[in-house]
Design a protein around this ligand. Structure first.
Ligand SMILES: O=C(O)CCC(=O)C(=O)O
Ligand SMILES: [Fe+2]
Length: 217
């Protein structure tokens, strides 16, 4: 399908939930994809996390700052080789602060110290869940790279909806915070038919980076 010619609008989907299409320049997207490749190769590498029930997640994840294991954070990669989690780079925190300030249109003091870098390939998806292992109220920043997807976000109260389905394209920003900080959200499917700028992802591959404030010390 051809690239959309109608400009996509910045939208507040629900209180505290803002979608900013094309927030990242193509150059910054390429930089993020390159960085994500490096993080995914470092140490024990990215992995398909295992849920408490035994199921393996279809997305492949590498963490920075704090290592997320369903459903807790650790400074060490306890479900891999036990090595210390990779450092959270300062430049990524600065990008997160700019994202929140831009999405909400107000100056903010946003200091993320966790990133989950998720790679989706093929039929990978992410079921409806809350990001609730953090101990701080600050918003979550989501950056999308590569293949488009459907992002589904509902309320903090009901996993089954009602919800908003939004197409996220490469370079899009979503911030969710405020009364929707604990909103259920997920990625029901990729949209491999939509064109992607050349940002370094493979055909059909999507990388998502979420930034969070852990509130942990
Ligand atoms: O891939 C996405 O857009 C969402 C990722 C997400 O919800 C998460 O990492 O917790
Ligand atoms: Fe999430």
């Amino acid at each position: 399908m051809a690239l959309e010619l109608i400009p996509r609008q910045r939208r507040t989907l629900a209180p505290g939930v803002v979608h900013v299409p094309d927030w990242l320049s193509v150059d910054v997207q390429r930089h993020l994809v390159g960085a994500a490749r490096g993080w995914a190769r470092e140490g024990p590498g990215a992995r398909h996390a295992t849920l408490p029930g035994g199921a393996r997640m279809s997305v492949e994840t590498v963490c920075l700052g704090w290592h997320w294991i369903p459903y807790r954070y650790s400074r060490t990669r306890d479900d891999q080789d036990g090595s210390p989690v990779a450092a959270f780079p300062r430049w990524l925190a600065d990008l997160g602060a700019a994202a929140v300030a831009d999405a909400y249109g107000v100056p903010v003091d946003y200091r993320p110290d966790v990133a989950l870098v998720n790679t989706y390939r093929g039929d990978a998806r992410l079921g409806m869940h809350q990001d609730r292992e953090e101990r701080a109220p600050d918003p979550v920043v989501s950056l999308s790279l590569g293949t488009a997807c459907v992002f589904r976000i509902g309320s903090p109260h009901h996993r089954r909806g009602p919800w908003h389905d939004v197409e996220l394209l490469s370079g899009d920003l979503v911030v969710f915070g405020g009364e929707h900080r604990l909103a259920y959200h997920g990625v029901p499917r990729l949209l491999p038919g939509l064109d992607v700028p050349d940002v370094g992802t493979a055909p059909g591959e999507r990388i998502n980076i979420t930034l969070r404030v852990s509130g942990l010390a």
